[in-house]
Structure formats: structure tokens, C-alpha cells
Design a protein around this ligand. Structure first.
Ligand SMILES: Nc1ncnc2c1ncn2[C@@H]1O[C@H](COP(=O)(O)OP(=O)(O)OP(=O)(O)O)[C@@H](O)[C@H]1O
Ligand SMILES: [Mg+2]
Length: 328
């Protein structure tokens, strides 16, 4: 069964008299046990998309479309219903979450909290035993269970956040930039941990990151967003390359994003910054959203918004008039 099925999701933010569409007609699916990465530069709507799944959008956001988790519609659901599904079916690791642990509570108490809330019938000894198992699972010695967050490094705090997120055995974990604030060694360890957990626990993973290397390493599929829309999606190995597989990113934006990232393992080439800025989402855009920054644009790109269409086979799609044949 498809674990997560997002169809034609739009999210509008209202600020005073203005409104902007941060996510526009996005459709994404995640199968049970699959890892899907959401990539794209700052402000493209990654967090907004992720927050829409467990119904955690701020009050000034209006989502429309459909988000089905294990066959249940999440959009328009009551807060009580959503609370039942959070932690137990879907957990969310917030951007910058490792600083969100309560500084005055020991970590075992913080991991126990979702178990006590969502499984009130679990005996205290069994719940404590689960906390030890969870800490072991994420590579923290259970002997540290009585520590306070300030006694841990950033990497260890992020491990505790992952343990908390897994406390009620969710089917889907959404991790929003889980490694961004960490040093490179901790980044690598946390990515390995997420990858191992995802494989061993058959966990669905939605990894939100602007770090293409993190997505390449951890995810089966990648979804590239630009200014609120999906511009390219497909197997990570195909789009970003992996091992001996050559990358075949098709969309000019994905290609520019790849060029902007230094690749320590690949050939020695200078990273090339992508000039310009994404468009202002509060102003309606007629044609391709990448038009102003695109180096291969044609006149049609200014007039007609491209839709996703197959690049090769049905798994690799790109929204570019110049991809997949002649200009349409
Ligand atoms: N609460 C809010 N009210 C109004 N606009 C918002 C709000 N949150 C986000 N936005 C806007 O929505 C757009 C998408 O923001 P979002 O945080 O989803 O992007 P992101 O891809 O996660 O960026 P980053 O990589 O910086 O985390 C941006 O234009 C942002 O300014
Ligand atoms: Mg974000």
C-alpha cells in the first residue's frame, strides 16, 4: 500500500491583505519503507510541504488538495484526529529540532512523553524499557538516559530527537534538514543512522534537505522543488548519480543546483553559484517559474507553464518545455 499519497496539494499563506502560494499543485507519493528526498533552495516550499502532512501548518496557512496517509485523508481533519495520527503514524523532526529539547527535563522523560500520551496503557516499566531500546537504536548509551540536553553534543541531541520521533513506532518519518546544523562528521553519522533505521524498520522517510549529497546518499527517489512547484522527480541514482551511475538531471534548475554544490568525491571542478533569485510568489507567474534564471530558455517558456512529463520511462519526470524532445 502507498504510505503517503499527496495529490495536487496547494498551500496559501495569508499575511495581512496579501497572500502567497508556497506550494502549488504538488503530487508526491512515498511507499512503505521508501526514502524520498525533497530538494531545492531556500524558500521553495519544502518545509511547508512537510508540515502539511501531519497538519502542522501555521494558522495563516490554508492547504487544499489531498494528503492521504495510510489511506486516511489528513487535509481538513480535526485537531483531535490529527493528534491521534501524529507520533503513531507519522513523526516530524523539525528544522533546527535539536535545540527544541526541553532544557530542564532529563532526556528519558522527554522520550517517554509521546509514549505516555499515545499509549496510556503501556506499563511504566515497559515504557522505560522502550526508552532504553530507542536510545540504543540511535547509538546513545542507555546509561545516559538521565542526562539533561545540555550534557549532550549537537549530534547526540539530534539522535535523541530521532529516538523521540520513533517512540510510538510511526510508519513515516519526516525529517526537515536533520543535519544542517551539525559538523560534517555528525552529519555523516546521522545520515547513516537514518538510512539504517529506514531499511531495518521498513520506515517511510521524507528527507527534506537543500543538501544534495545527503539526499543522494540516503534516498531512493528525489523530488526537486522550485518556487513552490515540482520541477523534476525520479530515482536519485538517475538524477543525482550514484556509484558508477552517471547523473542525468534533465531540468536546467536541477542541473544548476548540482553545479552549485561542491562534490568532494567527484572530479575537481569549481562550484558555480546560480545567479538571481526565485520569483516573488505573491505575484502570479504565467510561464515557467525558472524563466528569469534559465540559460536555455525559449520564448514559449515565458508564455506557458510547463507540466511534468516523462524524460525517460515513467519514473523520471521533468517540467521543462525543452526536455523530452522538441519545444512543444
Ligand atoms: N508562516 C508563514 N507566513 C507567511 N509566509 C510563509 C510562512 N512560512 C513560510 N512562508 C513563505 O513560504 C515560502 C516557502 O517557505 P518554506 O519555509 O516552506 O521554504 P523552505 O524550502 O523550507 O526554505 P528553507 O530551505 O529556508 O527552510 C517562502 O516564500 C516563505 O517566505
Ligand atoms: Mg525549510
Amino acid at each position: 500500500m502507498t504510505l503517503l499519497e499527496i495529490k495536487d496539494l496547494c498551500v496559501d499563506y495569508t499575511v495581512g491583505a496579501d497572500s502567497l502560494r508556497a506550494v502549488d499543485q504538488v503530487s508526491i507519493s512515498v511507499a512503505a519503507g521508501e526514502a524520498v528526498g525533497i530538494a531545492g533552495e531556500s524558500g521553495c516550499g519544502k518545509t511547508t510541504l512537510g508540515l502539511a502532512v501531519p497538519g502542522l501548518l501555521p494558522a495563516n496557512a490554508t492547504p487544499t488538495g489531498s494528503v492521504q496517509l495510510l489511506g486516511e485523508e489528513m487535509i481538513g481533519r480535526s485537531e483531535d484526529d490529527l493528534n491521534e495520527l501524529r507520533w503513531t503514524k507519522v513523526s516530524f523532526i523539525f528544522q533546527g529540532a535539536m535545540n527544541a529539547l526541553n532544557p530542564v527535563h532529563r532526556i528519558d522523560r522527554q522520550i517517554l512523553e509521546p509514549i505516555r500520551t499515545h499509549e496510556p496503557n503501556t506499563a511504566s516499566t515497559a515504557a522505560k524499557e522502550r526508552v532504553s531500546q530507542l536510545l540504543e537504536l540511535v547509538g546513545v548509551s542507555p546509561s545516559r538516559a538521565r542526562s539533561f540536553p545540555h550534557e549532550f553534543s549537537g549530534g547526540m541531541r539530534q539522535r535523541v530527537m530521532i529516538a523521540m520521533a520513533l517512540a510510538c513506532r510511526p510508519s513515516l518519518l519526516i525529517a526537515d534538514e536533520p543535519t544542517t546544523a551539525l559538523d560534517v562528521i555528525s552529519q555523516s553519522q546521522i545520515l547513516s543512522l537514518l538510512g539504517d533505521l529506514q531499511r531495518e524498520q521498513q520506515l517511510g522517510l521524507l528527507l527534506i534537505s537543500h543538501d544534495l549529497a545527503a539526499i543522494r546518499r540516503t534516498c531512493d527517489r528525489v523530488v526537486v522543488m522550485y518556487a513552490g512547484v515540482v520541477v523534476e522527480t525520479g530515482p536519485t541514482a538517475v538524477i543525482l548519480g550514484r556509484g558508477t551511475e552517471q547523473r542525468t538531471a534533465a531540468h536546467p534548475y536541477t542541473q544548476a543546483l548540482i553545479k552549485a554544490h561542491p562534490d568532494l568525491a567527484g572530479e575537481r571542478v569549481l562550484a558555480q553559484a546560480l545567479p538571481g533569485h526565485p520569483p516573488d510568489l505573491s505575484i502570479p507567474i504565467k510561464g515557467c517559474r525558472f524563466y528569469d534564471r534559465c540559460s536555455v530558455r525559449e520564448s514559449i517558456c515565458h508564455e506557458v507553464a510547463p507540466t511534468l512529463r516523462p524524460v525517460a520511462g515513467t519514473a523520471h519526470l521533468a517540467a521543462c518545455h525543452l526536455v523530452g524532445g522538441d519545444v512543444t
